[in-house]
Design a protein around this ligand. Sequence first.
Ligand code: 4AD
Ligand code: MG
Length: 452
Amino acid sequence: MGWVRTHRSSKAVDFIQLNDGSTIKNIQVVVDPAKFDAEMLKQINTGSCIGVKGTLVESPAQGQASEVQAEEITLFGTCAADYPMQKKGQSFEYMREHAHMRLRTNTFGAVMRIRHNMAMAIHTYFHEHGFYYFHTPLITASDCEGAGQMFQVTTKNLYDLKKGEDGKIDYSDDFFGKQTSLTVSGQLEGELGATALGAIYTFGPTFRAENSNTPRHLAEFWMIEPEVAFIDLDDLMDLEEDFIKYCVRWALDNCRDDLEFLNKMIDKGLIERLEGVLQTEFVRLDYTKGIEILQEAIQGGRKFEFPCNWGDDLASEHERYLVEEYFKKPVIMTHYPKKIKAFYMKIDEEIPTCNGVPQEQTVQGTDVLFPSIGEIIGGSVREENYDKLMGEIEGRGIPMKDMWWYLDTRRFGTCPHGGFGLGFERLILFVTGMQNIRDVIPFPRTPKTAEF
Ligand code: 4AD
Ligand code: MG
């Protein structure tokens, strides 16, 4: 049983390519038209759904190892003439507009099977390494990343909002009695898990209302966030590298047919690139050293659109220069300026000097930068010292009422710990060679699009 990809008919014989979604490979159904109702055969066209009973035989022709000689055909569903996935070679933009049907194409079938396999790889990796799958809430009252990109959750009547004397919305009669949003990260609760169970990971949907219309950003994406007690920065980087390599190897071992298809149709360098990652050691690069390399390149005549002085957040052109041109390898960048990173990162003791000039405080953050993707992982060792963490919370004006429970981890038996977040769709982009993040999730959510 499956959906018809193509139906070629002639007087003597009909060939139907049938696919049930379990593999990129169609099964060829060979039909003797004399044995079937001609009207029924005519209705079997691209997109229709049929069941076939017959004999599986070795195929005499090239192109498939076996085929089915049809004895009985059931037509489950005819396909209307305006079936949007009719033609071959339709653009990805077109398919996004018909995302409800694009799953039936070869490319999306391959991507979705790989997506499933990557989820299995992730659960297997963590299970085998003693991490517990830990479920953190999707509705939250705190902004983990502090970037203010949250979607609000409310049952209030938006046409009749009660405001306090100060003119601000009064949430006391809202469902949770306070302002709540969809989570941008499960990390804060993940830290509660790790400081009780030792090592946990989350794997769930994440929401960010950032207005970034790029091929790397979604408003709803899936994130994997391991959090581990008693690790330092080197352990954290080892974990990041080992974990990504495990996932890539899993794809090569378990998704061969789909990868070969994508390698042929989407990206001729795909399999080679995946194999290459397994053989390379990721570069571990201090942010300050990275800035020095970039400034040297600029002095040598390299042009960038954005400035890159010490203290600047690197733009993707800078990251790509380091990863794709300078090192030609994945890069784990560390020790970022404190002011461009989140409040929870462990503060370094030493003040770095860039080209001989002393700079400002840095933190033990790590971003893993990948060719053509840019940032695939963001993580850090956490500041476990109560006073230092409190200093950051106050200095950044983060409301304490949201944070008291998080700070308790530092009051009741604090410990060194750290973790990271992997953007699931960015991993799928890398593993499939697809170019746009909207094409590696079944139903993408981006600014102005929430269809399907
Ligand atoms: O670097 P981020 O913001 O880190 C955190 O959220 C930490 N709390 C993680 C942690 O330490 N537990 O996000 C982590 C990763 C990024 O590296 C990127 O791969 C992905 O999440 N990501 C997105 N993916 C798709 N669309 C977006 N809008 C994304 N924003 C982040
Ligand atoms: Mg980040």
